[in-house]
Design a protein around this ligand. Structure first.
Ligand code: PLP
Length: 513
């Protein structure tokens, strides 16, 4: 079943260090890539988006191909090493460009973004100080300018790239926490939050789990999270938020409301204008988690759904979701650059005061990281390549595919639509004769697809009969391939139906045995 253990010859000649940064170095990178691409082309690509097999089998095959987990005494040389890894990645990995890859908010990457990322890696600039790479600073400032403009934020807006939406949410809540403490006359940066009475962070009951974890990490405690119920379109109910705020005693501190613009499962967008107005009335920070939904702004058809985004104090967005970037390309935007004071530090060997005053300053003060990759380069290359209209067409294609999937699901007697396509996801269930068996059946059906590797779809739990009803296991398509067609979606639905028949037969055989 598995290829033999690594048979590459051990080499004894020392491998000279070849550096990527110079012009000759870049040529060497290209030559190395050429070899790796050849190896990848020769590798046996799985037929579907995932390799066939159980997780134990797939991981064992990959480990077997990699060979003993030990540092070789002498190196194998770049071509052998890259050839080996390229082969392992292709033969035992994921193919997100496959039209039946539809599980997570994990898009196929655009080639221009990957090429730009290679350039950025080759230069190895960092964003923390001026002298770790001025051009990388300029590219990030350019990108932040373009994104704050797209978001409709004003003159004082600012932002920073992050390792993803989870970290953007953490940073947004950190700024909110320090602002709330400040209003109470507490310096959270020096004193911590022990002195902050009863902090509360509101979010919809469908908010991403990273909000809860951020509250724990920030010392607010997960108990600080107050989940607000949603309406029948899975949007936070402003009346419920208002009531919850009204019920807070004087011993509680409303820190922030986290509105979601594009819930991970449903793509639903909380009513941003009403939420921002309520928050402002209580002197409370509005953070919008638009990790998924921000990309709707590229589309003329969908941009309206994010109306009110410009009222946020801070915004999370992920260009490694709608944006087609290789991870990570997370961003945190703020409406007022002074909010970043909470993160600023003066370090003798990085940004001494007189250097900063003389203009030799970097972006250390906007991040929780110090060394920071120039992830803005790939995103800037993408925005320049396609423009808003080009990206908007990709968004619209994915939205069209989701709507096609929705219609197809509705037309299949075996399937039941759970949530329509708001952005690019569709939730549904496979029906079972015995409704009590449906949860286990849908879970098994998805595992069957993963094991055969024919289709990669998501699963989640959702209240299928409206707000407040019990949560049931659902299947999910997350459609982010802008080159897929409606025929591909039909094939995806067919694969689900096929898996349903197989699972039903296996269960029958089991019962008979
Ligand atoms: C994906 C997602 C996140 C987390 O982003 P990562 O980049 O995976 O850390 C946060 N919020 C929402 C709504 C998301 O969909």
């Amino acid at each position: 079943m598995t290829p033999p253990t690594r048979t590459l010859p051990a080499r004894t000649d020392p491998q000279p260090p070849l550096l990527a940064g110079s012009r000759a170095g870049l040529a060497d990178v290209l030559a190395r890539l050429d070899g790796a691409v050849d190896a990848a082309a020769k590798a046996r690509r799985p037929l579907g988006p995932l390799p066939a097999g159980t997780p134990t089998e797939v991981l064992a095959a990959a480990a077997h191909a990699l060979g003993p987990a030990e540092l070789p005494a002498e190196g194998l040389g770049a071509d052998a090493a890259l050839g080996l890894l390229a082969t392992v990645l292709v033969e035992h990995g994921i193919d997100l460009s496959h039209p039946r890859a539809a599980a997570h908010l994990q898009p196929p990457a655009l080639s221009v973004a990957v090429a730009a990322d290679v350039l950025a890696s080759a230069g190895n600039a960092s964003l923390d100080t001026y002298d770790s790479g001025p051009s990388a600073l300029a590219v990030e400032r350019w990108l932040i300018g373009a994104l704050t403009g797209l978001a409709g934020l004003g003159e004082r807006a600012d932002g920073v790239l992050t390792p993803g939406g989870s970290l953007s949410n953490l940073m947004g809540l950190l700024l909110a926490r320090d602002a709330a403490a400040h209003r109470r006359g507490i310096d959270a940066r020096d004193q911590g939050v022990a002195a902050l009475p009863g902090p509360v962070v509101f979010c919809s009951e469908l908010a991403h789990f990273s909000t809860h974890r951020a509250c724990a990490a920030l010392g607010l405690g997960e108990a600080a999270v107050h989940p607000v119920p949603v309406d029948d379109r899975r949007r936070m109910r402003p009346d419920a938020l208002r009531a919850a705020l009204g019920a807070l005693g004087p011993d509680r501190t409303p820190v922030a409301v986290v509105a979601t613009a594009g819930t991970t499962d449903f793509g639903s967008v909380d009513p941003l204008p009403q939420i921002a107005e309520i928050a402002a009335g209580h002197g409370m920070w509005t953070h919008v988690d638009a990790a998924y939904g921000f990309g709707a702004l590229f589309s003329d058809r969908l941009a309206d759904r994010l109306a009110g985004l410009e009222l946020a104090d801070s915004i999370t967005l992920d260009l490694h979701k709608i944006g087609w970037q290789p991870a990570a390309a997370g961003v945190l935007l703020v409406s007022d650059t002074t909010a970043f004071t909470a993160l600023d530090r003066q370090v003798a060997y990085l940004n001494p005061v007189d250097d900063s005053e003389a203009g030799y300053d970097g972006l250390l003060g906007r991040s929780l990281q110090t060394t920071r990759r120039p992830d803005a380069v790939k995103a800037a290359a993408t925005l320049l390549t396609y423009g808003r209209a080009g990206l908007g067409r990709m968004v619209d294609t994915c939205h069209d595919l989701a709507r096609h999937a929705e219609r197809r699901i509705q037309a299949e007697p075996e399937l039941e639509l759970v949530a329509p396509a708001e952005l690019t996801t569709v939730l549904f269930r496979h029906r079972t004769a015995d409704p009590a068996a449906a949860d286990a059946f849908n879970a098994a059906l998805r595992r069957h697809l993963l094991e055969t590797g024919t289709a990669l779809i998501g699963r989640t739990e959702a209240a299928t009969d409206g707000p407040g009803t019990p949560k049931r296991v659902c299947l999910k398509f997350t459609l982010l391939n802008p080159t897929a067609t409606t025929d591909d979606i039909d094939a995806l639905v067919d694969a689900v139906l096929d898996a349903g028949r197989t699972c039903a037969r296996l269960i029958k055989e089991d019962d008979a045995a």
